[in-house]
Design a protein. Structure first.
Length: 246
């Protein structure tokens, strides 16, 4: 399926950047507070390994194969996991390379109709691959941007924009709000218009797909996105938009 090819392409693009990092670059602060660049990659390695364990185990010990940590948010749990396994780039980089190869292989070989436990809900392989694409893209920005390494938008953002829009009902419910019909009219990096949602929706978000995806990744504030919001629920939808599990 196209999503698996897109995921591999995003892996390869990130790998090409990682291959050129110096020891100093690896240990510089990333775009995530408290994490270095090697910490970010460790997180990606850990979650890729979770994909494999989820898809190949009859019953994962915890959603996504992640450590069972009660009473904390997903972000807190991931931070604790990174802290517990923190290591240098000579350990983490090959670990991620092996994990990403195993992950995409497991995704391709999995039953396409079987949903597996993940962070907030069971996902089929194509949807799980889309979440992996979204996470790798966002964390690649966390590494590349502080190092002033170009990471231009590509047509693969269509998958991430779809994910953000598709999970808006989840985002509304998470905030204790009733989901509302939302239409997104987004311009891709090549000028193509991507449309998601019912054509008759009263609430519409329009503008750059890159900005939409960055807002969903919490890498850009809605008010700084340049996106236009019309209708009674568009502003709330953009504020709640997320490309990842809470």
């Amino acid at each position: 399926m196209e999503i698996f090819a897109s995921l591999e392409a995003e892996y390869d693009r990130l790998d090409s950047i990682l291959a050129g990092l110096s020891e100093e670059d690896w240990n510089r602060p990333s775009g995530l507070a408290g994490w270095t660049n090697v910490d970010v990659l460790l997180h990606l390695a850990q979650t890729e390994e979770s994909v494999v364990s989820t898809l190949t185990s009859a019953a994962a010990a915890a959603p996504g194969g992640q450590p069972m940590i009660h009473g904390v948010s997903v972000d807190e749990a991931m931070d604790r996991w990174v802290t517990a396994e923190r290591a240098g780039p000579n350990t983490v980089y090959p670990r991620w390379q092996a994990a990403r190869e195993a992950s995409v292989r497991a995704l391709r070989e999995a039953d396409p109709d079987r949903a597996s436990a993940w962070a907030s809900a069971p996902l089929r392989p194509a949807a799980l691959a889309t979440t992996r694409l979204a996470e790798h893209w966002a964390h690649a920005l966390d590494i590349a941007e502080p190092l002033s390494i170009p990471y231009p938008d590509t047509a693969r953002l269509r998958h991430i924009a779809w994910l953000g829009h598709r999970t808006l009902p989840y985002a509304f419910r998470l905030a204790g709000k009733e989901p509302a019909p939302i239409r997104a009219e987004l311009t891709g990096p090549d000028g193509e218009i991507w449309q998601f949602g019912p054509s008759g929706a009263d609430s519409v978000i329009a503008g750059s797909a890159g900005a939409f995806c960055r807002v969903g990744a919490r890498r850009l504030a809605p008010e700084n996105s340049g996106l236009t919001m019309t209708g009674p629920h568009a502003e709330s939808a953009l504020r709640l938009l997320r490309n990842y599990a809470a």
